[in-house]
Design a protein around this ligand. Structure first.
Ligand code: 5GP
Length: 217
């Protein structure tokens, strides 16, 4: 990939999208294809689905465990969604930095906006929103996976509508029509590549000594 010899990983890449937008599938494929990304494992008080593994899909916590992390200020962001709590542990971002990778977070809108509002320096945020091609497809996807009760499904659809209205706060959007996972992955890779080439003070600090320039006038 271009610019990798100068680039120092410092991105907190946030990917949001309504439940049923297919974002988990896209992010899984993206992380498999790109070893320069480290997926943040969120904490949640939601009960695990049959296929989910603690420490891999989520850190599954009791409500009191979640609250004790809150008291210790361990979260970079957190939010309530559909009656459960979800949060990104600061340690997940540190782990990415220590591994020399950009962190990628799959989180809902309220948490994404909390991250955007923070000074993460030396890191910076990049917010990407995945939009489904229609609400009909969204509903079909949710029904097909059979992980939610009818009430929970209706609640997720209502949240989906309010989330899409927040897209104006994001930096980029990506479309994810049905059966086009690789296309969505490619769109995200293109966005990340452009963001890594952004000129910022950190890059200037890296480049000037390499060119034998001290930066003073
Ligand atoms: P699910 O229950 O389907 O796994 O997740 C429900 C919603 O919570 C999804 O939109 C997902 O992206 C979001 N989510 C997962 N982890 C986090 C997190 O750490 N923080 C926030 N704010 N949202 C999260």
């Amino acid at each position: 990939m271009a610019n990798t010899h100068l680039y120092k990983p410092n991105l907190v890449i946030v990917v949001s999208g309504p439940s049923g937008s297919g974002k988990s599938t896209v992010i899984d494929a993206l992380c498999k294809a790109d070893a320069t990304l480290r997926l943040s494992v969120s904490a949640t008080t939601r009960k695990p689905r049959p296929s989910e593994v603690d420490g891999v899909d989520y850190h599954f916590l009791s409500k009191s465990e979640f609250e004790s992390h809150l008291q210790q200020d361990s979260f970079l962001e957190w939010a309530e969604y559909g009656g459960n709590f979800y949060g990104t542990l600061k340690s997940e971002i540190t782990a990415a930095r220590e591994a020399g990778k950009d962190a990628i977070l799959e989180i809902e809108v309220k948490g994404a906006l909390q991250i955007q509002a923070q000074d993460l320096s030396p890191a910076r945020s990049l917010l990407i929103f995945i939009i489904p091609s229609s609400f009909t497809i969204l509903e079909e996807r949710l029904r097909r996976r059979k992980t939610e009760s009818e009430m929970e499904l209706k609640r997720r659809l209502a949240i989906a509508k309010s989330e899409v209205l927040e897209i104006a706060h994001y930096d980029f959007w990506v479309s994810n029509p049905q059966n086009a996972v690789q296309d969505a992955v490619h769109q995200i890779q293109t966005i990340i590549a452009a963001e890594r080439s952004r000129i910022d003070t950190k890059l200037i600090e890296t480049i000037t000594p390499l060119l034998g320039i001290d930066g003073a006038d």
